[in-house]
Design a protein around this ligand. Structure first.
Ligand code: IMP
Length: 427
């Protein structure tokens, strides 16, 4: 009864969507368990190119149950638009089930996300402005609305109107902002509810049955470990728990059931939004990686900051997640470079250190200690067997494995699902 967690090991955008889409062919259940539509997963498969934000990437396999678990931040409008866009392209969302425990993103969360970011000025986090942070704040304050509230139209209207009215006071007091119309919001949520209701059901019995019947469950991570609320570079983090532990909790599966924790890492590094990134390249190599890899945000279109692979930050991810294996993605993006670098340690206050400092200000001061490696200067996109990769490319992957202490089970050499090489190291 394999339970496989697929988690981003860096700052998100590692190519988890492709790996999930690939593994979903063999999965009976795929669960999205944290974050919201601040995530963006690009999936390229025989049905086309899709950008998913909330719908689990298992949706392309008609036999797979796709669950949105209790830990998710759900914007119903975004979800419905995504379902419609999928349907228009022949992908049905009939097997999508949403936990009543998941929390709802409300219009005032989006307004607050923008206003709070603006108020931060130069200390802005660079959020995706999807309202996810303010929604999780309400969840923790125990004043949030949940998907279960969509099930009773009368209760929903009352709760939405009351919540909007309460929040209008805060918007006026703290930001002198325009009020949101409570009745109009209640009507909109009523319309969303009608369409979402058929998808709402307790996810626990589905998971329990799947575990009992020995079915394969995939836990689909969003964002990345270095953006994790507890383990990332706080405050430049997202507001959910993006680690293996967070996924298990957000889905509602005990750790004893986990069989494989797969850490997805790009062969280099990218980050969107503010916060420290010791290996960032502000030069033509960084620009080359950005253009060749089309490193622009799926959610916001922002250019991603690009840099060399950071093995120190990656070891931190390996520790907090306990990865059994790695998926190294986008190796082909490095094809044209004749020299590569990997950060193997940092220099901080004149001393060499080999761990990621806890505080963002300290990480900001870290200077990378590099190890230079030979590039392979030849295309890898059509390679079909890992052993046929150029020697320097295999050496590069081996180097990353040794630097972080975990073997790579999968290697990505292109955007399409098939452009993934299995090394045999996947447990
Ligand atoms: P928020 O999650 O929108 O609050 O944004 C907080 C930080 O996390 C910002 O730096 C975002 O750019 C970043 N972030 C959130 N989700 C993702 C993602 O899926 N990929 C990459 N960065 C993300």
């Amino acid at each position: 009864m394999p339970v496989i967690a697929v988690v981003g090991g860096q700052w998100g955008d590692e190519g988890k969507g492709k790996i999930i889409d690939l593994l979903a062919g063999r999965a009976h259940v795929v669960v999205r368990s944290q974050g919201g539509d601040n995530a963006g997963h690009t999936v390229v498969n025989p049905r086309g190119t899709f950008a998913l934000h909330l719908v689990p990437a298992g949706i392309f396999n008609p036999a797979t149950d796709c669950l949105i678990g209790p830990g998710v931040a759900l914007n119903p409008e975004v979800l419905l638009a995504e379902i419609d866009a999928l349907r228009e392209r022949g992908v049905a969302a009939d097997k999508l089930v949403i936990s009543p425990r998941a929390h709802l993103v409300m219009p005032y969360h989006l307004v607050l996300d923008r206003l709070e970011e603006e108020a931060r000025g130069p200390r802005a986090i660079g959020t995706t402005r999807r309202g996810i942070g303010p929604m999780y704040v309400d969840k923790v304050r125990r004043i949030g609305l949940v998907v279960g509230d969509l099930q009773d139209p009368v209760r929903l209207r009352e709760r939405v109107s009351a919540a909007v009215e309460r929040r209008n006071l805060q918007l006026a007091r703290d930001f002198n902002a325009e009020p949101i119309d409570p009745r109009e919001t209640a009507s909109r949520y009523d319309q969303f509810a009608e369409r979402i209701r058929p998808h709402i059901a307790d996810t626990e019995p589905i998971l329990e049955r799947a575990l009992r019947d020995g079915r394969t469950i995939l836990l689909e991570g969003a964002h990345g470990t270095l953006l994790d609320l507890d383990h990332g570079s706080y405050p430049f983090v997202t507001t959910s728990s993006c680690t293996v532990g967070g996924l298990l909790n957000g889905a509602g599966i005990g750790p004893r059931h986990l069989t494989t924790a797969l850490g997805v890492f790009k062969a280099y590094a990218t980050r969107v939004g503010a916060g420290p990134m010791p290996t960032e390249l502000d030069d033509e190599v960084g620009a080359h990686i950005r253009e060749r890899g089309q490193e622009y945000g799926t959610r916001t279109g922002r250019p991603r900051r690009c840099g060399w692979f950071d093995a120190v930050a990656a070891r931190h991810s390996v520790l907090v997640n306990g990865f059994h294996a790695l998926a190294v993605t986008r190796l082909d993006i490095l094809d044209a470079l004749d020299e590569l670098k990997v950060c193997i340690a940092y220099e901080l206050h004149g001393q060499r250190i080999d761990h990621l400092p806890s505080q963002a200000e300290e990480v900001e001061r870290c200077r990378p200690v590099w190890e230079g490696l030979k590039g392979w200067s030849s295309p890898t996109g059509n390679v079909q067997d890992w052993r046929e990769l150029p020697t320097a490319a295999r050496d590069y992957v081996r180097f990353l494995e040794d630097a972080v202490g975990v073997r790579a089970g999968l290697i990505g050499v292109g955007r399409e699902r098939e452009k993934t090489l299995f090394t045999g190291a996947l447990p």
